[in-house]
Design a protein around this ligand. Structure first.
Ligand code: FE2
Length: 384
């Protein structure tokens, strides 16, 4: 046991437990050691020995499993205390919770949640999204749309996090469950990125004047499967980082993989994944606007035609395809950054756009529209 934990235990009047957790699928990240301090009020305090971690000294609460919604997303990290008093993380915040999982876990005595979400934000935004989607009367639809846009803009300028937005969009748009589970079973980077990219793409589409709920929902679904081709046994953390490297300059993804002595299979997967995404999505996903799926093949194209796989220049890329490219570029592939972005307010996340090499991407038209919308304020002159 490390001396730091010994000192902490000596100083603490709370009962402590040592938790060891291995982040699966990822040899790059080290084993984490987490210490749980139980408090007299039934809550717990979680202390991670890594001082840079977001888990440093966070509060958790014991919850009843019935408070957890099946067929939805975990509102926070869920931990279980076993009969031998060891504590393990069961689910990460944002993990999909199958009904069968909930049934299985009911037998266990103690479950703790470190919540990330704001229930009020999720409730209000889901309500507005549902009203906009379900309204059939054209006049009422315009009113509901205005309410939604105003709500969205308020949330963006307040402290609503990407996680809250992701849950609201997920619950209303209900992406294909079999696809979600494949992403979740594959790798946390692919799974969380899919949530964030799809949510951002919907927000950006709304801000650019795409107001047909069926079209925005289809864009959301397409954004979910942009990297579906990477859901593959040959995927590795190096492939994810190659995607990250490719942002700066065309060809730097493969150069990165060669430098890291990645296998030929990893290089082939990286280069083929836009085509694989399209093939998988076409056979598994039914959209109201199926032509949207063809854009999956274009999400690594560059402004000057130097991207892959087809070297398509900016002039041949439509605005809604540019929305997908831009949303994809917005979200990091690095696990630490994804954790951060998941909990970040969108307005803070927006600041990160400044560091992206946007001049290389076929996104200029949409970026200007999105920037303008983010700066504007919607006046709501409607009678409810
Ligand atoms: Fe990709």
């Amino acid at each position: 046991m490390s001396p730091i934990i010994r000192i902490l235990e000596f100083l603490s009047l709370e009962f402590t437990l040592l938790v060891e957790e291995i982040i699966t699928n990822n040899p790059v990240f080290p084993r984490k050691i987490i210490r749980i301090a139980e408090k007299k009020d039934g809550g717990v305090r979680l202390i991670e020995t890594d001082k840079k971690s977001q888990f440093q000294n966070v509060e958790m609460k014991e919850i009843n499993i019935d408070e957890v919604l099946a067929m939805s997303l975990a509102r926070g990290d869920l931990f279980i205390q076993t009969e031998s008093s060891r504590i393990f993380r069961l689910k990460r915040a944002g993990d999909f919770l199958e009904a069968e999982w909930k049934e299985k876990i009911k037998k266990h005595p103690k479950i703790f949640q470190r919540s990330y979400s704001n229930a009020e934000v999720i409730k209000t935004l889901s309500f507005r999204l549902k009203r906009w989607m379900d309204e059939e009367d054209p006049e009422r639809f315009e009113i509901e749309l205005k309410f939604l846009l105003k709500e969205l803009q308020e949330q963006i300028h307040s402290h609503a996090t990407m996680f809250d937005l992701s849950i609201a969009f997920f619950e209303v748009f209900k992406p294909d469950q079999a696809i979600i589970q494949q992403f979740q079973d594959s790798h946390v980077i692919l799974y969380r990125r899919a949530h964030l990219v799809a949510t951002l793409c919907s927000v950006f589409a709304l801000s650019c004047g795409y107001h047909d709920p069926r079209f925005v929902r289809d864009l959301y679904q397409a954004a979910w499967v942009l990297d579906y081709g990477l859901v593959n046994p040959d995927f590795s953390y190096w492939v994810a980082l190659a995607c990250q490297a490719e942002r700066v300059r065309a060809g730097s993804g493969v150069a990165f993989l060669r430098e890291k002595r990645a296998s030929q299979k990893e290089i082939d997967l990286f280069l083929a994944h836009p085509v694989l995404s399209l093939e998988k999505a076409q056979s598994e996903l039914t959209l109201a606007f199926p032509e949207i799926l063809t854009s999956l093949i274009r999400h690594h194209e560059k402004r000057d035609g130097s991207g892959f796989p087809n070297s398509i220049p900016y002039s041949l890329i439509s605005d809604w395809e540019a929305l997908l490219v831009f949303s994809d570029q917005f979200v990091a592939y690095d696990e630490v950054d994804i954790e951060k972005q998941f909990t970040l307010a969108l307005r803070e996340m927006w600041k990160n756009v400044q560091s992206l090499p946007l001049e290389l991407l076929p996104v200029q038209r949409v970026v200007e529209k999105i920037k303008k919308w983010f700066r504007s304020k919607i006046s709501l002159e409607v009678s409810a």
